[in-house]
Design a protein around this ligand. Structure first.
Ligand SMILES: Cc1cc2nc3c(=O)[nH]c(=O)nc-3n(C[C@H](O)[C@H](O)[C@H](O)COP(=O)(O)O)c2cc1C
Length: 239
């Protein structure tokens, strides 16, 4: 990979300056020309807020269109949809800033991710220091088991896998364990993207910073136990 032209935006996501393309998990992400202009501007101003007007003038440079913050907001939101792994911070007053994700998660080297991606069980990592503890990494086994692409999951809390089936006693066990920052293993009813029920045995473990002792991540290891659960239900029905 040509390091002069390729910039790592976030894990497994690269911006190629020469061809002006973004690759996520080795696949080119389709971007409109306005999204490309916006991304180039945000990259050029990493960790610095840029005003909405500045963005507008940079993108719609014909001066024919009147400035409205909504144009910029919509474009930012469309870019976020295409590249949910990017952290674009929105400041009150209409400024935007692209944050370097890698600085906040330096432990996830490509080598480590390659290893996790080959694991047979589902693996998820979440960031409890962000609002609502979103997932920041999922491996292939997890994505395949539930039929979602990483982009559809990253940035969300894992609870979306429960759908409307929220009345599960195991959830209280998870909440309690997380409150006490302890490990927990439970079986949850989850749903595949197609709507199919999956019994998911998940172990959630807190990961602490060795130096400060502060909670850094949660790691979830998921195993599909649907067939054994269905067998148990059948036996229960027989007795
Ligand atoms: C790392 C991690 C992995 C998780 N994996 C799952 C999962 O695979 N399925 C699921 O239904 N919930 C999973 N959860 C639990 C939910 O994110 C959430 O904690 C649970 O629904 C209870 O909290 P709530 O009441 O806020 O929803 C996971 C949580 C963490 C921290």
């Amino acid at each position: 990979m040509n390091t002069h032209h390729t910039l790592k935006l976030c894990d497994r996501c690269y911006w190629d300056a020469a061809s002006e393309t973004v690759k996520l998990h080795h696949e080119i992400v389709p971007l409109t020309s306005n999204m490309k202009k916006l991304l180039k501007l945000l990259i050029g101003n990493y960790n610095k807020p840029i005003s909405s007007v500045e963005i507008f003038l940079h993108i719609w440079d014909t001066y024919e269109q009147e400035y409205t913050p909504r144009n910029v907001r919509n474009l930012i939101s469309n870019l976020r949809k295409r590249l949910p792994c990017l952290t674009v911070v929105n400041y009150y007053g209409g400024s935007y800033m692209l944050k370097k994700n890698r600085e906040s998660h330096p432990v996830f080297t490509d080598h480590l991710i390659d290893i996790l991606d080959q694991a047979k069980n589902g693996i998820t990592i979440s960031d409890p220091n962000q609002p609502d503890n979103p997932v920041i990494y999922i491996n292939h086994a997890f994505a395949n088991a539930f039929g979602y692409s990483p982009e559809e999951i990253i940035g969300k809390n894992c609870r979306f896998l429960q759908g409307d089936d929220r009345d599960q006693s195991a959830l209280e066990e998870i909440r309690q364990a997380m409150k006490e920052q302890k490990d927990v293993t439970v079986i949850l009813r989850n749903y595949h993207k197609s709507g199919e029920l999956i019994y998911n045995e998940v172990t959630i473990s807190p990961i602490f910073d060795k130096n400060t002792g502060k909670l850094k991540y949660y790691v979830g290891v998921q195993k599909d136990v649907t067939s054994i659960q269905q067998l148990i239900q059948q036996i229960k029905g027989m007795v």
